[in-house]
Design a protein around this ligand. Sequence first.
Ligand code: BMP
Length: 233
Amino acid sequence: MTAPDPSVQRILTGPRDAWTMEKKSRVILALDVTSRQDAMRVVEAVRDHVDAIKINWPLILAAGPDIIGEMSCVKAVICDMKIADIPNTNRLIVEQAMQRGASAVIAHGFTGEDSVKACVDASKGQVFVVTEMSHPGGKQFTAGVADKVAAIARSAGARGIVAPATRPERIADLRKIIGAMEIISPGVGAQGGKASDALRAGADYIIVGRAIYEAPDPEDAARRLAEEVRAAL
Ligand code: BMP
């Protein structure tokens, strides 16, 4: 065991505002870095400009699952493991994530309503269901089933859906299916989507990774995004 570096200690002694995702900047940081040190550096820089931290496999595998708990001391953590299994396995995965400090999880919906419902039950409703994916290949399969998946998310009692900032018109379509549920929207920046377009189409939050953590000044990049959001609303 190595001692945490000073930046880690600063973060861990900061104010605890985790668990409830705020709706202030409407920016969710996709923290797809592959070391704990990079994760801490980026989070410390941008913490005042983001409402939540989304953690995906690259960081969980690189830093270990304890990173979920560490990050949850700073901000609400969304565990993006894109859970896609039978109901019992989904339940076990979600329980592990929530016990470690996640505020919400991301699951696939093509597995069917019973699998989504298992995630909903295990997280007390804190599930975002992936609909149409934001990358070009997202049109090959996910686009064709997205409406159905959104309907499943709604009937299973999920908190919201994940919908593509790269195709804002699809955000607007999906909004009609899910009503007042939340939409979190990736694809801003590196994938070509614009924050303002996604929000005007009906997204509640944008999810941004590389445009923040690969920027020369991540704090400045996150602040500018938050400003773009404010201007768009
Ligand atoms: P970036 O801003 O660097 O493109 O990162 C986007 C993030 O959102 C990544 O973590 C990716 O896994 C996730 N994501 C996505 O890009 N499109 C989707 O349809 C669903 C996602 O979860």
